[in-house]
Design a protein around this ligand. Structure first.
Ligand code: DON
Length: 339
């Protein structure tokens, strides 16, 4: 029994390493998804975000897991059709677009690529970067860095910048995405803190154009509606050198993927990024809509949607389910084997 288990694990690891999945390995992946789904279905921890009023109304029982392997195979468990707003997961793809347009150095010089260790909308983090660290020492995955990244997108006017950004996200997802207008309005009506952050970044010369336009586009990008399969496909595109494994389209330049994954590793789950990396080894990103994406480089992208969040603003079920699935199928890139 023990030997059989070892043999299966070895087979799975090999299949995953070459990016191809045998029927046997496929059954194992399906089994891992189902086991994680069942294990956490009854979990009653966490609470929907409510500082954006529309998010408080989302059904907390939505729960789905999707995994897209780099060979294009899609695995699902639970509800992978219901859509939630992408929220902070969008920050990854805006950062990716800025890097694609301006190169890896653009982000390092203007925003930084270091974890703040503080909450995602911390103003203190900006003050510390400006006053104590003396410059761009934050990152594009916390609100100040994300609004700054949005301000850096190329385009002649708001409409064309937005159209190009949504098209870029859609290429990652492999289908045309759209905005949840109720969420967009709700957050626009209540985002005074982000407006203040936008102005602060402008005052400190991180943002060099109209900070309210950047905050508005940022708010709209957070309102893009996605299901678990969309998110997993977006993650899988990063797992596959920037080429969407379902549509075959090269979305982000291959050479830019490692930089994006690095920032996801150090800052994707905010002040809990270290704990997350310790348990999974996976570059990841959460959103207050309840989604989390994670990338096993060269192997798969995985996403879970479940709206109830913990104190740091990360989905409780999504963290647990992704950890279980990835560890069961050998997703941790740091898990080396002795020769
Ligand atoms: O700016 C905000 O507060 C939201 N639109 C996004 C925050 C978020 O998703 C943080 N993630 N866990």
């Amino acid at each position: 029994m023990r030997n059989t288990r070892h043999a299966r694990a070895a087979l799975l690891a090999v299949a995953a390493a070459i990016g191809a999945t045998t029927l046997h390995a496929q059954a194992q992946i399906d089994g891992a998804l189902k086991a994680a789904y069942d294990k956490y279905k009854g979990l009653q921890e966490g609470k929907n975000a409510d500082y954006i009023p529309a998010l408080a109304k989302v059904d907390p029982n939505i729960y789905g897991i999707a995994l897209v392997a780099t060979d294009g195979k899609v695995y699902t468990a639970g509800d992978v059709k219901s859509e939630v707003s992408i929220q902070s997961i969008s920050k990854v793809f805006t950062m990716a677009k800025v890097i694609d347009e301006q190169g890896l150095d653009a982000i390092v010089k203007t925003i930084g690529v270091d974890a703040t260790g503080m909450r995602f909308n911390s103003i203190v983090a900006v003050e510390v970067a400006e006053k104590s660290l003396g410059g761009p020492e934050i990152n594009p995955l916390v609100n100040p860095g994300a609004i700054t990244a949005t301000s850096m997108l190329k385009g002649t006017d708001r409409d064309s910048i937005w159209k190009d950004l949504l098209a870029y996200y859609s290429d990652f997802a492999g289908r045309p995405l759209s905005v949840n207008q109720e969420v967009f309005k709700s957050e626009s009506d209540t985002n005074q803190r982000n407006q203040a952050i936008g102005y602060l970044m402008y005052a400190y010369n991180f943002i060099k154009s109209d900070p309210m336009r950047a905050t508005d586009i940022y708010t709209e990008q957070c309102s893009v509606s996605v299901n678990a399969k969309d998110l997993a496909t977006m993650a899988a595109t990063l797992a596959n050198g920037g080429k969407n494994p379902v549509t075959g389209k090269q979305v982000i330049k291959t050479e830019n993927v490692p930089g994006v994954l690095a920032v996801m590793s150090t800052a994707g789950l905010y002040d809990d990024s270290g704990k997350w990396l310790y348990r999974t080894g996976l570059p990841a990103k959460s959103g207050v809509g309840g989604g989390i994406i994670a990338v096993s480089p060269g192997k798969f992208g995985i996403a879970v949607i479940s709206p109830p969040l913990d104190e740091a603003g990360n989905s409780v079920r999504a963290q647990k389910a992704i950890t279980d699935v990835s560890n069961a199928i050998g997703g941790n890139p740091y898990a080396t084997k002795p020769r």
